[in-house]
Design a binder for this molecule. Sequence first.
Ligand code: NAD
Length: 292
Amino acid sequence: MTTVGFIGLGIMGLPMAANLAAAGFDVVGYNRSKGKADQLAERGGRAAGSVAEAVRDADVVVTMLPDSPDVRAVMLAEDGVFASAKAGALVIDASTIRPDVSRELAAAGAERGLRVLDAPVSGGEQGAIDGTLSIMVGGSAEDVEAARPVLDVVGRTIVHVGPAGAGQTVKAANQLIVAGTIELVAEAIVFLEAHGVDTEAAVQVLAGGLAGNAILDRKAAGMLDRNFTPGFRLELHHKDLGIATAAAREAGVVIPLGSAVAQLVAAMVARGDGGLDHSGLLKLVEELSGRA
Ligand code: NAD
């Protein structure tokens, strides 16, 4: 049986780890707040009291943490993943972090005989629960093949996109598209409401045409109800748009719409709405339109 050490059992990590346990993997989970590991234990996994304990006997380590400093700390700490995992283990970081940090960690892991992949995901909490995530993987082809049995359980579309860090670059592009689309769907909803149109009917027909997209399919109903329970928190999207704008600048690429949306997301976070789902951008559109 393959043992998986799973670090970070939040909105995404817990259902991913539970799906691995349900698929027959021996999953040992650790989260900074202990209750989460106990929840994994209730769902077929085992709870560990430290990173070292979770990864010591693992053939595969998966991390699903908020941001670059968290991943760097968990990997590089004295009693962290790199110091505690056995040589040859696969280390799959599914968090969304900076591509340069993924490259740095892949090189540092290789020095310790570990096979490190960046494998950020898209598909949201529901995709994690259903095991249908899209996973963009950076690393060597051989390591990606070795990781497939694990990735196949948590995802449906798994694509090797290039060497270390490439997965994060693709994920940054993903976040640009998602944020921009949410903003446009929010603007369309406020616009339709201002005209007194039946918005449910409008969303239904829009979803069937060229304007159709996953945000209309999965988020519009919550937006119409003003239900902004996360899901994906605006503060995490703020982090991702920081990654995207920095990476665009580094490449000398101009992203005018992306930058505008990044500023709107930054405004939501600055005024204390960072804990809302990213579809909460609609609130700002309403307020800017004097309709709140
Ligand atoms: P989350 O905040 O719900 O989960 C992160 C978990 O990591 C928390 O439970 C936290 O306690 C734990 N943690 C933080 N530091 C830790 C440490 N040092 N040791 C152990 N545990 C620690 O976040 P999430 O929504 O699950 O997102 C995780 C990552 O996945 C982020 O990078 C995010 O951008 C990305 N992501 C999220 C979604 C989504 O829809 N929520 C979708 C795709 C990608």
